[in-house]
Write a protein that binds this ligand. Structure first.
Ligand code: ADP
Length: 402
């Protein structure tokens, strides 16, 4: 059985095809620049002998219909998917499910309307996600389309964590509350952490740190999300590549009243020009690391601010949970930067968080690993995230085959 995972954006579609017998990803790729003069299709696939091959085409792609058609044709031509009837489900990443969706759901007309109903909460993402869903429902009506929401895992938060301290009608009438994002990644690494800890997820208290271009932290008690750092939008919380994360809302008022910024400029400033980029002019952590190594003061400051905020969230979530079995680092930075892991855990020894310097440094190790001392009370784990696999497995469960 095969499961296709689609992450459909406004102008691109990322995809991955899984074989359910062993959950190997047998093909993946990207259609980019949809509706632009030059479209792109990058495709990588496994041959029958296990070797990996890839191809690249440039060709205009008029719309999402054509994009998905091209993906399926490429999967067929490279032998990964002889026929669409081999697909048991298509799993779609959907960024925002509002309060409707706590679980993956097989898409019907009502689900489409519900996703459309929360477009205002994720105007940059939900429309593209929805295009992908509508196209697969039209092109492949016999294959269930399953929606998997980035917000779903965080729906276990109680009002104590998800309400903002603003007038109640803004919540009751306008759904202004915290939702959280990256839920599929947090859930995936939490499940893997439970495996590594050797107990059911329902017995694990975890702090999961997804540190990529977007960055978020989650406090998980007995397998359930209790709190998360992103809010109504993915702007709240930790320092990100180009997003500010937490900031005094008074700054926004000041920008408007004293510097003449209008709301679009504030949006652009906080989402696109802030975070690491705002502090040091670069948003790629590898380059920041390199510059800091050469003594660049702004690069050093960017890392310090980033680490300081991470440490504050670890401490805060420790307090929320009371007892923590493991801290999990994931995402491009969390998986690869020994320095960020070391510095954000430094000084937390009294909380039982003690890194093993050599395990943490070990540059060649890329898989799941424990980087805390053997007798550490709190395990510190590095777990490469795999949101696509989590989506594929959840889609399989949703159609009753797992
Ligand atoms: P996205 O959120 O776009 O999926 P990723 O999870 O791929 O992003 O993370 C991208 C970030 O990871 C970038 O800041 C990149 O510099 C950083 N990164 C990747 N490899 C390393 C490394 N070896 N050391 C430090 N940072 C790294």
């Amino acid at each position: 059985m095969k499961i296709l995972v689609l992450n459909s954006g406004s102008s691109s579609i990322k995809y991955q095809l899984f074989r359910s017998e062993d959950w190997v990803s047998i093909a993946n790729g990207l259609v980019a620049r949809i509706a632009e003069p030059k479209g792109e299709l990058k495709h990588t696939w496994l041959e029958a002998d296990g070797s990996q091959r890839s191809s690249e085409e440039t060709h205009p792609v008029a719309n999402h219909d054509e994009g998905i058609d091209r993906i399926v044709a490429r999967l067929r031509d490279t032998g990964s998917l002889a026929d669409v009837s081999e697909l048991v489900a298509i799993g779609h990443r959907v960024v925002h499910g509002g309060t409707h969706f706590k679980e993956p759901v097989i898409v019907d007309d009502g689900v489409v309307e519900a996703i459309r109903g929360v477009i205002a909460l994720a105007p940059l993402h939900n429309p593209g996600n929805l295009s992908g869903i509508e196209v697969t429902r039209r092109l492949f009506p016999k294959v269930p389309s399953v929606a998997i929401f980035d917000t779903a895992f965080h729906q276990s938060m109680t009002p104590t964590a998800y309400r903002y301290a603003i007038p109640e009608y803004l919540y009751t009438k306008h759904q202004i509350r915290r939702y959280g994002f990256h839920g599929t990644s947090h859930l995936y690494v939490a499940k893997r952490a439970a495996r590594l800890l050797g107990k059911p997820l329902s017995q694990c208290n975890l702090i999961t740190l997804h540190l990529g271009n977007g960055t978020s932290a989650t406090a998980i008690r007995r397998g359930q999300c209790m709190d998360t750092s992103m809010g109504m939008t993915p702007l709240e919380g930790l320092v990100m590549g180009t997003r500010s994360g937490d900031i005094d809302p008074g700054v926004l008022i000041y920008l408007n009243q004293n510097l003449g910024f209008d709301i679009d400029q504030i949006d652009h400033l906080l989402n696109r020009e802030s975070g690491l980029l705002g502090i040091c002019g670069v948003n790629d952590m590898r380059e920041i690391d390199r510059q800091a190594g050469e003594g660049n003061a702004r690069a050093k400051l960017a890392i310090s601010i980033n680490v300081h905020r991470l440490k504050k969230y670890i401490g805060a979530y420790y307090a929320v949970l009371g007892q923590v079995h493991a801290i999990v680092f994931t995402g491009g930075i969390g998986e690869n930067s020994a320095q960020i892991r070391a510095r954000s855990c430094k000084g937390l020894e009294r909380l039982g968080i003690v890194l093993d310097a050599s395990a943490n440094q070990s540059g060649d190790s890329r898989g799941e690993r424990c980087v805390s001392v053997a007798d550490g009370e709190v395990k510190v784990l590095v777990i490469p995230t795999n949101e696509e696999l989590e989506i594929a497995q959840q889609a399989m469960t949703a159609v009753g085959l797992q």
